[in-house]
Design a protein around this ligand. Structure first.
Ligand code: ZN
Ligand code: ZN
Length: 336
């Protein structure tokens, strides 16, 4: 019987469909020079923006940058990641539109491409079919993967990823269709015009500081693929590369509990520490759940988590050290 991805969780669906063998053969690196040029330019603008922020950027511009950084990270973690890639909860139309606007402010790929890459990342973690395979080293998994041609294994296996739900989502397809004008305006034009128009910021300050805000958002999210796959502990599963890394949680508003996340990808908290200040994304989903805008939140039960720790953990987990209040609510328990 063909499994129906609409009835089971996405990961259960992928588990039921046999995973093709991925070749581990290394490939010649082909640099995409246009991307190298663009990312180099971003970093030069951002460094200048950092210098200007200590000398002449006005306070309202800095506050606006912090707000936009926060929205762009929330869009990526709550929207592209937990909602659209993993379907760890459901969201009504206004919340989906809000999150799509946030991912447009972030401008880190369209959410369509983000979901496709991220489903590849989970299905083929740390193999040649994973877009940011951490076995290829820190730089590759952090940002190098954006600067070279995709591995042929990624191209070969790209069509093994379920994307029908994304294709039928009008919010995501709108963003994909109008990516350049829509995302370009929300990420690079409006955030520059606001400070110039409302508080007489100079163009040079507004432009460079906004690029700093943008590139810090890119590095925050990229740190999940590099730091959170290389440096930390594996209390839930020692057989996989992803780790628990508090620093990554700080700069991504809650995505550093990555060993937990790869062990229970359908958990909307993306970490066992559900409701504390290290997981602002979860707190924000909980807030929208109270409004009724987010619903059907999935989490792993304590029993399931404990069994997994005993079965595959690396022995670093100290359950008694974790306060019950930090674990978050268990709206809906599903087992593996
Ligand atoms: Zn990962
Ligand atoms: Zn994920």
């Amino acid at each position: 019987m063909t499994p129906n991805p609409n009835e089971s969780s996405l990961e259960e669906f992928h588990l039921q469909v046999k995973r093709p063998v991925v070749s581990e053969k290394p490939e010649k690196i082909e640099i995409v020079y246009v991307n190298v040029f663009i990312y180099s330019a971003y970093h030069i603008f951002a460094l200048y923006g950092l210098y200007l922020s200590f000398t002449s950027v006005k306070w309202p511009t800095i506050i606006l940058g912090i707000i936009l950084w926060t929205l762009s990270i929330l869009g990526t973690t709550m929207g592209s990641h937990r909602l659209w890639s993993h379907r760890a909860y459901k969201a009504n139309l206004p919340l989906q539109i809000f999150l799509m606007i946030c991912t447009s402010i972030a401008c880190q790929l369209t959410s369509y491409n983000w979901v496709r890459d991220h489903r590849m990342h989970h299905k083929y973690s740390d193999t040649n079919a994973d877009p940011h395979n951490a076995k290829r080293g820190f730089f590759f998994s952090h940002m190098g993967w954006l600067l070279i041609k995709k591995h042929t294994e990624m191209k070969r296996l790209g069509n093994t990823i379920y994307m029908d739900d994304v294709h039928s989502n009008p919010v995501l397809m709108f963003q994909k269709k109008y990516a350049i004008p829509f995302m370009g305006s929300l990420c690079f034009i409006i955030p520059v015009l606001i400070p110039i128009y409302f508080w007489n910021e100079s163009f040079v300050n507004a432009w460079n500081f906004n690029i700093l805000r943008f590139i810090l958002g890119v590095h925050s999210i990229c740190s999940i693929n590099s730091f959170a796959h290389l440096f930390g502990t594996r209390p839930y599963d020692e057989n996989i590369m992803p780790v628990e890394n508090i620093g990554v949680s700080l700069v991504t508003l809650g995505e550093g509990f990555h060993n937990y996340h790869h062990s229970f990808p359908w958990d909307y908290k993306a970490g066992e520490l559900g409701n504390n200040w290290l997981n602002f994304s979860t707190a924000t989903i909980d807030f929208f759940a109270k409004l009724g805008w987010a619903y059907d939140l999935k989490t792993a039960s304590d029993a399931v988590v404990e069994a997994r720790i005993k079965r595959t953990g690396d022995g670093t987990y100290k359950r008694e050290d974790i306060k019950e209040s930090d674990r978050g609510k268990k709206q809906k328990n599903i087992g593996l």
